[in-house]
Write a protein that binds this ligand. Structure first.
Ligand SMILES: *Cc1c(COP(=O)(O)O)cnc(C)c1O
Ligand SMILES: [Zn+2]
Length: 420
C-alpha cells in the first residue's frame, strides 16, 4: 500500500485531506500527493522491488492508495529498448526508447494513470468515473471502468481519430462527442464533476491520477540498472508526464535508490500546438494562447494545466524544448518503424522528430544515455499516415506479374516502398 499522507497545494503550500478535489480551495493552485518517506523507506528497497509482480504496482509505496490496488494488474513495466539503428539515423550514440505503445490493456501510457485513478475512485466509493480526453485517456478509462465494474462517462472532441472512438465505445462507456477542442471539453468536465459528484480522473481525481505517470520514471531507473538516464525526451500535452518523471527521479534520489547524478528532461510538442515549447524558447513567464491545429491529436491541448511547471522543470534540469511540424512527425513515425520495427502514434513521431532537432543542436554531445518516451501505439492513429491502401502494387496473383513488379523495382535493388 501507499504512504500518502494528504494533498499539498503546489502554489501556496497549504495541505488538504485525501478527498476527490480538483484544486486548492484557497488559491486554485494544483494539488500534489505527499508521502511519508520514512514509512516508504522501510519496505521500498531495490531487492524487495525486484521480487514483485512486473507491473506498476511494484512501486505501490509511492502511489496514492491507502489499501490494495483493485485496477490495473499487469499495467506498466513496458520494455526499455536499445535503439541503435534509430540512433545512427538521428546521430545519437546511446539511444533507447521506452515503449509504452505496449502498455496493458489499451496500448498507451494512460493505462498507468487510470490504474491509479480508478483504484482510488473505488477507495472513495465512487460508482461513476469519466474523463475529458484527446483519445488515449478515453480508451484507458473505458477499459479500466469495464474491468472494475464502474460506470464510465467519457467526453471527447467530436472529430477524434476513428480508432480511438471505436476503442472507447466497445467497452460500453457512454461516449459524448463535444463540438469543440479539448480545452472546451475540459471546461465542461470541470462543471460536470461539480454538479454530479462523479470521479473525473483528470479533473477531481487529478492529484491521484497524475501520480501514475511517475511509474515511467521509476521504470527508467530500475530497468536502467538503478541508474538514471542522462537525457529523457518527453511528449507534452497537459505537461504532467514530464514533471512526474522529474518527481520520480527526485523521490528515488531522496530515498537513496539511485545516485543523484544530473539528468536533463526535454519536452516535445507539435508545432501546431506548442505553448510550452514557445514559452521555453521565447522565455515567456505566461503560456501563449494557442488554438491547436495539428494531426498530433493526443498532444493537442492549447492550455496545458502543468505547462508553466514544465518550463521550470526543463530549465532546472538543463533541458530544452522542441516542436515538430506535421510532415516531420509523419516522416519520423516511418523512420522509427523502419529502423527499429516499432510503430508509435503521432505523439511518438513528435518525440523522435524533436530528438532529431535536439541532436542537431548538439544537445546530446555529452554522449550520455538518451531515452525517448513513446507513449502510444501507431495503430491508434493509422489514418494520419495514409487514406488509401498502402500496397506497393496490386496484382491478380500470377507469378509473371510478381516477376515484372520485382524486376521494375528501384535501381539499387531496393524494394519499391509504398508511400505509407
Ligand atoms: C496524454 C498523452 C501524453 C502527454 O501527457 P501529459 O501528461 O498530458 O503531458 C503523451 N503521449 C500520449 C500518447 C498521450 O496520450
Ligand atoms: Zn493553494
Amino acid at each position: 500500500m501507499g504512504h500518502i499522507t494528504g494533498l499539498k497545494c503546489k502554489e501556496c503550500g497549504k495541505t488538504w485531506p485525501k478527498e476527490p478535489t480538483a484544486a486548492c480551495a484557497e488559491c486554485w493552485g494544483p494539488l500534489e500527493a505527499v508521502y511519508d518517506l520514512d514509512a516508504v523507506r522501510r519496505t521500498f528497497t531495490r531487492d524487495a522491488i525486484a521480487g514483485r509482480a512486473r507491473d506498476l504496482w511494484r512501486y505501490a509505496e509511492l502511489l496514492p492508495l491507502d489499501g490494495e490496488p483493485t485496477v490495473g494488474r499487469g499495467t506498466g513495466f513496458t520494455p526499455l529498448l536499445a535503439a541503435p539503428r534509430l540512433g545512427a539515423a538521428l546521430g545519437i550514440r546511446d539511444l533507447w526508447v521506452k515503449y509504452d505503445a505496449a502498455c496493458h490493456p489499451t496500448l498507451s501510457f494512460k493505462d498507468r494513470l487510470v490504474a491509479v485513478a480508478l483504484s482510488k475512485a473505488k477507495e472513495f466509493g465512487l460508482d461513476t468515473v469519466g474523463c475529458a480526453s484527446t483519445g488515449n485517456l478515453a480508451n484507458a478509462v473505458a477499459a479500466g471502468a469495464a474491468a472494475a465494474g464502474l460506470r464510465a462517462v467519457v467526453l471527447v472532441p467530436v472529430d477524434l481519430e476513428a480508432a480511438k472512438l471505436t476503442a472507447t465505445a466497445v467497452y460500453g462507456a457512454t461516449l459524448i462527442g463535444v463540438r469543440g477542442n479539448y480545452d472546451r471539453v475540459n471546461r465542461l468536465c470541470t462543471e460536470i464533476a461539480d454538479r454530479f459528484g462523479w470521479g473525473l480522473v483528470n479533473v477531481n481525481l487529478r492529484a491521484y491520477y497524475s501520480e501514475g505517470s511517475k511509474t515511467v520514471g521509476f521504470e527508467l531507473a530500475e530497468q536502467g540498472g538503478w541508474q538514471l538516464p542522462r537525457h529523457v525526451v518527453c511528449p507534452m500535452a497537459g505537461a504532467s508526464l514530464i514533471n512526474k518523471v522529474d518527481r520520480a527521479f527526485q523521490q528515488l534520489t531522496e530515498l537513496g535508490l539511485v545516485e543523484g547524478r544530473p539528468y536533463s528532461l526535454h519536452g516535445a510538442q507539435a508545432t501546431g500546438c506548442a505553448p510550452v515549447v514557445r514559452a521555453w524558447k521565447e522565455n515567456l513567464d505566461r503560456l501563449p494562447l494557442v488554438t491547436p491545429s495539428t494531426i498530433v491529436r493526443s498532444l493537442a491541448i492549447g492550455d496545458p494545466a502543468d505547462g508553466l511547471t514544465a518550463v521550470a522543470t526543463i530549465k532546472r534540469t538543463g533541458g530544452r524544448a522542441e516542436d515538430a511540424t506535421d510532415p516531420e512527425v509523419l516522416e519520423c513515425m516511418r523512420l522509427l518503424a523502419r529502423t527499429e520495427g516499432l510503430f508509435a502514434e503521432t505523439a511518438g513521431g513528435t518525440v523522435v522528430a524533436a530528438a532529431r532537432r535536439l541532436a542537431k543542436a548538439g544537445t546530446f554531445d555529452d554522449g550520455g544515455r538518451v531515452v525517448l518516451l513513446l507513449t502510444g501505439h501507431g495503430l491508434k492513429t493509422v489514418e494520419a499516415l495514409s487514406e488509401k491502401p498502402p500496397f506497393s502494387t496490386v496484382i491478380d496473383g500470377r507469378l509473371e506479374e510478381f516477376e515484372d513488379f520485382w524486376a521494375a523495382r528501384g535501381p539499387e535493388g531496393a524494394p519499391a516502398h509504398a508511400q505509407v
